[in-house]
Write a protein that binds this ligand. Sequence first.
Ligand SMILES: C[S@@+](CC[C@H](N)C(=O)[O-])C[C@H]1O[C@@H](n2cnc3c(N)ncnc32)[C@H](O)[C@@H]1O
Length: 288
Amino acid sequence: MQLKQALASAVDRLEAADVGSPRMNAEGLLMFVLGVSRAYLYAHPERELTSEEETRYDEVLAQRATGMPSQYITGHQEFWGLDFVVSPAVLIPRPETEHLVETVLDLARDVPRPRIVDVGTGSGCIALALAYELQSAEVYAVDVSADALEIARANAARLQLDGRVRFAHCNVLAAVAGATSAMTFAGFDFVVSNPPYVGFGEADKVQKSVRDFEPRVAVFAGEQGLDVIGPLVRQAHKALQQDGWLTVEIGYSMRDVVLNLLDPTMWDDVRVVPDLQGIPRVVAARKS
Ligand SMILES: C[S@@+](CC[C@H](N)C(=O)[O-])C[C@H]1O[C@@H](n2cnc3c(N)ncnc32)[C@H](O)[C@@H]1O
């Protein structure tokens, strides 16, 4: 079968399966299977696929037709201009999380050797982007999921940042029983987090592909969605030094709930940073 025929039938197949942007997906998956660029697809429409390539393309299209995100099929997602490997053990890094990185970089400008801990690191995208940008920073990254930490460590090695970020298996900022590297979290300049924040009762408000394929522990946090962010606010206060910053990504419509968690006798200079659509996306608060 020629490349252009394979593409045309893939577009029809993904359309029939209700996959959004079927052409872009069909092209992306063919690029992945053949290991070529989009330009190559356009330049060689008559190239014949080998039977192995046809079979492999058929397999990945079948996966995509179930609704599986293409990033879990190709195993990659770009974040902050860096290439991250991803698996179903980690949340796929989202572009809006770059606002959290920007917020920390803004606040860290005048801190000579910032000590930073990223809580719920997942793929490691936030911790590694910060380590990449802030050459003198001391960066820690923790997660309650041992499988996620494995992916984060692999990303650190691939990006040659493994000497710069230390990883630990923790429930928020408390080492979990049996964790190999116990750390004491104190004296930080930044506690950074994109925590899970969806309540169990709000599952129907989450995209189906997120519900069906992304890790539950990365998305949901108890009945109200506050089971991680609540302890995080309390523990961050202990982990930060005076004038240190808590910076947290928040969900759509969570602004007031999160602001309510910040006791004004313990936090000052509370800021809310909107994303490009004007939706409150990051809350930053300084330990007073
Ligand atoms: C929304 S994902 C964010 C992942 C990554 N930081 C990002 O922005 O793409 C939340 C992460 O928090 C982790 N997590 C959930 N509950 C946790 C807890 N109690 N303590 C530490 N990490 C937790 C999950 O395993 C998941 O990796």
